[in-house]
Write a protein that binds this ligand. Sequence first.
Ligand code: 13P
Ligand code: SF4
Length: 324
Amino acid sequence: MNQTLEEVGYLDIEVDPTLDLFAEIEKLKKEKNAVILAHYYQEPDIQDIADYIGDSLGLARSAAKTDADIIVFAGVHFMAETAKILNPTKKVLIPDLKAGCSLSDSCPPDLFRKFKEQHPDHTIISYINCSAGIKALSDIICTSSNAKDIVDSLPIDEKIIFAPDKNLGAYINKVTGRDMLLWNGTCMVHELFSLEKITKLKTRHPEAKLIAHPECEEAVLRIADFVGSTTALLEYTQKDSCDTFIVATESGILHKMIQGSPSKTFIAAPPDNACACNDCPHMKRNTLEKIYVCLKYEQPEILMEESLRLAAKKPMDRMLEISK
Ligand code: 13P
Ligand code: SF4
């Protein structure tokens, strides 16, 4: 190994290419009483080997109730951190420490603390896509699945700061009639969808419905037939009678959509750049090889100071209580 784990982000160990990684990972899971939790944006092989696949709310709930000794979190850093916040005695592993999140990075705790100090009379609702440091500065956490319910649970005249995603915040302002103060953060994947290209696609496929994640910009959400979290989008494609869907979110979700409705057509909404894909570069840092190595050597591990964990857990518990 030439570089340190911190520099590379994962254990840089060559994996024998003849190994049956599916079988090896299953064996290690049993031996170590480990579970793999994966987000829908993971590559198909990882989704297929996972014990639980879900959106951020589903993943937080299953992290809170697992009785495994080891949790391998196939997602990004803030998700693995969330699992650690809820499971201090368990070993939480992430296949690649460098699997970050542009949205989480757009809200550094030092700057946010100053912002909070400028608005001492505001309640802080933070989207789960943030660091433990931001969670610790918040009153309640929400996900894209329960953001409306969390906001609705507060009195109508409550002054609220919503962080870090301005698009989700603006969407929730619209559907709840609130005027929350929004932190100016965005997701690098969802803010890239091109309204012009999507409009052209809709013209070419008049029978198709456009479904979008609320992290997308307002212009895209305005023309969407349905807006929801990844789980809500998936369920919509299964229940709705439409046969063709234009999907404005990360491309990983298409795997489950196709599995759930093999006779339907799914078209990935085009982003506003030369690339035809909607992959999150952070989510896609994880590979089956890295999952195998991380499970075998039990590294990289998520570690957190207990005072930070306790402060970050409070608003998480409030969310889980409200959205039971
Ligand atoms: P959900 O899966 O909770 O909708 O979140 C989407 C996302 O961007 C996760 O990084
Ligand atoms: Fe973050 Fe966006 Fe990637 Fe989700 S898709 S992990 S919000 S950068």
